[in-house]
Design a binder for this molecule. Structure first.
Ligand SMILES: Cc1ncc(COP(=O)(O)O)c(C=O)c1O
Length: 406
C-alpha cells in the first residue's frame, strides 16, 4: 500500500516519456530500420557528440578524492568553473558562493519550488511554456502554476499587461502568488528576453513583491547574433537563474543542474536540499574539466552555433517548401509549427487526434501544443537537432501524412 500523496503521481499522464522510449526501441536508421520512429519530440541535441566526446574522454577514471564525500551542493572547484562560465556570459562577476548544483535542472527547479512556495502557493508562467515546469513545481512541492496566455498574433510574446491581469485575477481569488517563471531562450518558441524585457520583468516583480525565476538552460544554444542578456546580469536579490548542461553541452544524460541567486537565505536552504540530489563527484570532475579549457570552450561554442544555424536553416527551408507556417526562433533546438489547418476542428481533442495519427501512421513523434499550455490548438514543437538525413526523411513522412489528412 502506497501513501495517499502518491496517487496523483500514479494517475499522471506519462505519455510523453512512454513515447520517448517507444521511439528508442525501434529508432529510424536509413539502412537498418528505414521504417523506424523519428523522434522530433525530445529537446536533445544530437549534433555535438564528436566535439564533446573528444574533451570528456580526456578525463581518466575515478580518483580517490572523488570516491569520497565532497561539498554536497557541488565541489568548490566545480562551482568556480561554472562561475567563470556565468561571468563571461552575463558580463558581471559571478561568485561560486552564489551557486548550488544538483542532479539536473529539474532537480534545481524543484528545489526552487520548495524554497519559494508553500503548498498551493502559485507561480505565473507565460504560455506556451516548457511542460516539465508543471512536473518540477507541482508534483512534490505542491506549487501551482498559473498559465498566462500569450497572444499568437503577437508572436506569443510575454507582456507585462497580461501578467498583471493574471496576477490581479489570482489575488482576487485569494491565491498567494509568489513568483513569475519563464525560460530564455523560451521552450517551445525559441524567443529570448531582450535587455528591456528583462528589466521590465525585474521591475514589475519587485514592485509586486514577486520572485523572478528565469531558466536559461538554452543560453548558448542560439542561432541569432543578437547579444544574450542573462538574468544574472541584473544582480537583483529577487531574481533566480537556472542553468544545466543538458542542452548547450548536449549532456542530458549526465544530469547536472545549477542555481544562481543572490538571496543568501534561499541559497542556504537550496544547499541543504541539494543533499537529496547530489551530482556525482566524477561527473563534476568531468564537467569541470570541460569548462576549464577556455580556448576549447570558445571553439566549441562557435562550432555548436554554426551547426545549430545550419540545421535551423535547413529545417525552415523544408517547412517553407511544405507550406507549413512556423514561429521564427532565435534559440533552442526546436521550431514551433502551426498545423491547425490539418485539424478536424478547432479543439485540443482534434490536436491530440492529429498527434496520435502522426505518431502511429507516420512514426513521427511531435510535441503537441497542449503539452505547453499553448492557448490555441494546432501548434506542434519539432526538435530538429538530429542528423540531417533523418530530419529530411521525417519532414517528408510528415508532409505525406498531413496530405492524407487534408
Ligand atoms: C526549459 C527547460 N528546463 C529544464 C529542462 C530539463 O533539464 P534537465 O534534463 O537538466 O532536468 C528542459 C528540458 O527540456 C527544458 O527545456
Amino acid at each position: 500500500m502506497v501513501s495517499k500523496r502518491v496517487s496523483p503521481i500514479l494517475s499522471a499522464d506519462k505519455e510523453l516519456v512512454a513515447r520517448y522510449f517507444q521511439c528508442k526501441q525501434s529508432p529510424y536508421h536509413a539502412e537498418h530500420n528505414p521504417d523506424g520512429y523519428i523522434n522530433f519530440g525530445t529537446a536533445e541535441n544530437y549534433l555535438l557528440w564528436d566535439l564533446i566526446a573528444e574533451k570528456t574522454q580526456e578525463v581518466g577514471g575515478l580518483t580517490e578524492a572523488d570516491s569520497h564525500y565532497a561539498e554536497l551542493h557541488g565541489k568548490r572547484s566545480f562551482r568556480q568553473q561554472i562561475a567563470r562560465l556565468f561571468s563571461t556570459r552575463s558580463g558581471v562577476n559571478i561568485s561560486e558562493d552564489d551557486i548550488v548544483t544538483a542532479a539536473g535542472t529539474t532537480a534545481i527547479l524543484e528545489i526552487l519550488a520548495y524554497c519559494l512556495c508553500d503548498p498551493d502557493d502559485a507561480i505565473l508562467v507565460p504560455t506556451p511554456y516548457y511542460s516539465g515546469f508543471d512536473y518540477a513545481f507541482n508534483m512534490r512541492a505542491g506549487a501551482k502554476l498559473l498559465p498566462v496566455p500569450c497572444d499568437v498574433s503577437n508572436q506569443f510574446s510575454v507582456s507585462i499587461e497580461s501578467i498583471k491581469a493574471a496576477l490581479d485575477e489570482a489575488r482576487q481569488q485569494g491565491i498567494n502568488v509568489r513568483a513569475m517563471l519563464t525560460s530564455s531562450p523560451r521552450n517551445p518558441i525559441g524567443d529570448t528576453l531582450s535587455k528591456n524585457d528583462l528589466q521590465e520583468l525585474v521591475q514589475f516583480c519587485e514592485a509586486e513583491g514577486l520572485e523572478l525565476i528565469i531558466d536559461e538552460i538554452f543560453a548558448d544554444t542560439r542561432t541569432s547574433d543578437e547579444p544574450f542578456f542573462s538574468a544574472m546580469s541584473t544582480e537583483a536579490n529577487h531574481v533566480h537563474t537556472v542553468y544545466g548542461f543538458a542542452k548547450d553541452f548536449a549532456l542530458s544524460g549526465l544530469a547536472v543542474g545549477v542555481l544562481h541567486s543572490k538571496n543568501k537565505e534561499l541559497l542556504e536552504a537550496a544547499q541543504e536540499l541539494a543533499h537529496f540530489s547530489r551530482v556525482s563527484n566524477h561527473t563534476q570532475s568531468l564537467v569541470e574539466h570541460v569548462l576549464s579549457d577556455e580556448k576549447w570552450l570558445e571553439q566549441f561554442f562557435q562550432q555548436a552555433k554554426s551547426r545549430l544555424t545550419d540545421a535551423y536553416n535547413a529545417i525552415t527551408n523544408d517547412l517553407q517548401e511544405a507550406n507549413i507556417p512556423y514561429m521564427e526562433a532565435k534559440g533552442g533546438v526546436f521550431v514551433f509549427v502551426n498545423l491547425s489547418e490539418y485539424l478536424d476542428n478547432d479543439s485540443f481533442e482534434a490536436e491530440k487526434a492529429l498527434s496520435n495519427k502522426i505518431f502511429n501512421d507516420c512514426k513521427i513523434n511531435l510535441s503537441p501544443g497542449a503539452l505547453f499550455h499553448c492557448p490555441q490548438p494546432g501548434w506542434f514543437r519539432i526538435t530538429y537537432t538530429l542528423d540531417r538525413e533523418q530530419v529530411k526523411t521525417g519532414i517528408t513522412r510528415l508532409v505525406k501524412g498531413l496530405k492524407s489528412q487534408a
